[in-house]
Design a protein around this ligand. Structure first.
Ligand code: KG4
Ligand code: ZN
Length: 334
């Protein structure tokens, strides 16, 4: 079987389409929505409207660049969830209409599973079983991956996601949205030991990032009381210290999970996997703990349709198709 599948991603603020043929990604078209920047966060209603505007040209471009006529498609896939309901509705309605019109199967994909299966787009590919630290603006999970279709969350945040902690800290520092990449950039010029923030004490393999957010807020309030230019003069050190603390928290539980399961195949996925400090910290574990570390290309870390297409390929092989009444699931679990 060598299926050709069109996949659509519309769970948050990127409208994306990709074509996969015989398990090989042919392209990955992404239209990023800049409309949210001035609001300092994603505005759901604006996201839905932007998806509606972008979806036809993005799909057209994906098919055209791949040199595929729509009648050559064997299936149409889309992100079912988790994500913003209005945003998911645009992608799911479009995919259903297209699959119905072409008379081909429809494949509903879990966005978090897809972030993990992005590792199978390019070599080197992780060997099963592996652990995946999935870190994005909406999620922070440690997943035990036994096969493309069998994965289990063994630890996760009980409140904020780590990407949210990056973005909220950046907002307090008056950096643009999304702030994660800005903190990363400034942190590279700062001292990670300059300031200390309390680490959360969560049981087991779970995380909590709401405490550090409050700690940063109080820290900045106290420092600027005595020195109004504190942030301006120490921005690199503040960013480096915040990033260092967040990475330390991520690594602490990941190391615990690796020890508990005896697994040394470690992968990272999601937007925060683009963070240079986190990538370096994981690389260091190759020599320190003998881990095999898998870090996807930046393009496949943040939201994209190539990962939806890769997941759809695996589902196609299992004939795991959806009926036309399948609904988007904003809080979809594995
Ligand atoms: O996976 P993603 O593109 O979208 C969600 O599904 O959430 O992740 C977006 C998140 C944002 O919080 C953004 O600030 C963060 O990933 N991010 C980073 C970096 N690049 C993106 N955080 C830290 N350092 C980065 N270099
Ligand atoms: Zn995502």
């Amino acid at each position: 079987m060598s299926p050709t599948i069109l996949a659509i991603e519309s769970s948050c603020d990127e409208t994306s389409a990709a074509v996969i043929r015989n398990g090989k990604i042919l392209n990955n078209i992404i239209a990023t929505q800049s409309v949210h920047q001035r609001y300092g966060g994603v505005v759901p209603e604006l996201a839905s409207r932007a998806h509606q505007k972008h979806i036809v040209p993005v799909v057209d471009q994906a098919l055209k660049e791949a040199g595929i006529d729509k009648h050559q498609l064997d299936a149409v896939a889309f992100t079912q969830g988790p994500g913003l309901l209005g945003a998911l509705l645009v992608g799911s309605s479009f995919a259903k209409a297209m699959a119905w019109g072409l008379g081909v199967p429809l494949i509903a994909v879990n966005h978090m599973q897809a972030h993990i299966l992005a590792h199978f787009i390019e070599d080197p590919k992780p060997v099963f079983p592996f652990l995946c630290l999935t870190v994005s603006g909406g999620h922070t999970q440690i997943v035990l991956v036994e096969s493309p279709m069998h994965m289990q969350v063994i630890g996760e945040t009980q409140d904020d996601a780590v990407g949210e902690a990056f973005d909220k800290a950046a907002k307090m520092l008056e950096l643009p949205y999304p702030g994660g990449p800005f903190i990363d950039k400034l942190a590279q010029k700062g001292n990670p030991e300059a300031f200390r923030f309390p680490l959360s004490e969560m049981p087991g393999l779970n995380y909590s990032f709401s405490g550090i957010k409050t700690a940063i807020l109080y820290f900045l309030r106290d420092q600027t009381k005595t020195d109004p230019t504190f942030v301006e003069n120490n921005i690199n050190d503040i960013c480096a210290s915040i990033q260092h603390t967040l990475i330390h928290m991520l690594l602490q539980k990941l190391k615990k999970a690796a020890k508990q399961t005896g697994i040394k195949q470690i992968a990272i996925a999601g937007g925060v996997a683009a963070n240079s400090g986190l990538r370096q910290a994981l690389e260091n574990q190759r020599t320190e703990l003998g881990w095999e570390v898998y870090i996807p290309k930046f393009e496949y870390c943040t939201d994209n349709a190539a990962m939806i297409a890769m997941t759809a390929h695996f589902k196609y092989l299992e004939k795991d198709f959806s009926s036309m009444d399948v609904a988007p699931m904003p809080r979809m679990k594995f």
